[in-house]
Design a protein around this ligand. Sequence first.
Ligand code: SAM
Ligand code: SF4
Length: 385
Amino acid sequence: MSEAGTGHRAEGQAKKPAAGLRLPVLGNGLGAGESSPGLPLRLHDGEARPISYVRISLTDRCNYRCTYCMPAEGVDLVAKSDILSFEEIELVVLALMQVGVRRVRLTGGEPTVRKDLVALIERLGRLGLEDLSLSTNGERLEELAEPLRRAGLHRLNVSIDTLRPERFAQVTRRGHLDRVLAGLDAVRAAGFRHTKLNAVAMRGFNDDEVGDLCRYAFDRDFIPRFIELMPMSEGALFYPGTFLPAAELRATLEREFGPLLTDRGDIAAAAPIPGVGPARSVFVRYRDRVQRVGLISAVSEPFCDTCNRIRLSATGQLHACLAYDDATDLRALVRSPELAAKPLPVRLQALLTATEAGLAKKRAGHVFSPTGCGGPSKHMVSIGG
Ligand code: SAM
Ligand code: SF4
């Protein structure tokens, strides 16, 4: 969350660092470092925020139809030929790694419906990323957890909004709670650690399950996280009255588990997790252990001033921010016949130049409103959550 809670960069914060450093091409048999005037050693957006994390959507398809993510009738799907191939995804990741991006999360749509997902993990796993994770609805994890782990996936985020089968069927329209629960057992058996369980918090739907979802997670060494509903799809999927702010979630957690822990020693006792700063977590005591609960309060307590991420859609559109529709077309560059004929460092540099130009326009913050306004026209399933 932003220190000031405004979502805007503090005045006087350093502006963009000087450009013109050398671009180090990674030692993976692809060639030695090339001089690259005009490119920074580290990627920053136009607000001087360092970018170190990319979310990559593998598909706009999904086997669920969650009510807040896509319309009941589904969305217009893009042609398969328009979706980036594994080679193309790897090229973009390689480019971003040149300038400090070290964390990749694969998402969608539902990434587990992408054919040969395990092979993609193997490819990306060889690049030497610090953190390679996957967001999934969990429907296919029972069969995939073990192969994904063997292929080199580091971590998983699994969406589970409710532990009640009838509610689960209602919110996902097509999902099976028993399969997700079996998938989560498989995740533990495969040896994954720091698995996060994501629940979109909705008044009148799962606000009475906050404690149960936490206990389910704590008892299995998962980390529960509650996400505020975001007004994607021009607010069309944002049902009036369902928005549940983080402040209310904190109050519910206190009723369930006692006062939130603020002592530094207590907080230090909760193991650090890659990519999880304490600012977006609260801590409770449960069965004599300190437990972390994530609160993704993007709407009521924006954290835009610490945003370090960008998003690549399945069709290769680079979104500087989830909250706006504009994007930079990296696919056109990846598929350019002229560029394809050039040496790899030149291709990487072309991608980075375009990325930099796109990020220069990244806004200071979003204007999501708890009334359902201020979001993009894109559906979450299309942009990649
Ligand atoms: N299909 C995978 C899944 O469900 O985890 C990955 C993609 S999904 C778009 C990623 C995350 O976005 C999920 O945790 C989902 O609950 C969340 N999400 C989708 N629509 C949302 C919305 N309108 N507001 C907040 N979170 C949303
Ligand atoms: Fe599919 Fe995930 Fe969206 Fe649900 S939240 S419809 S599982 S992409």
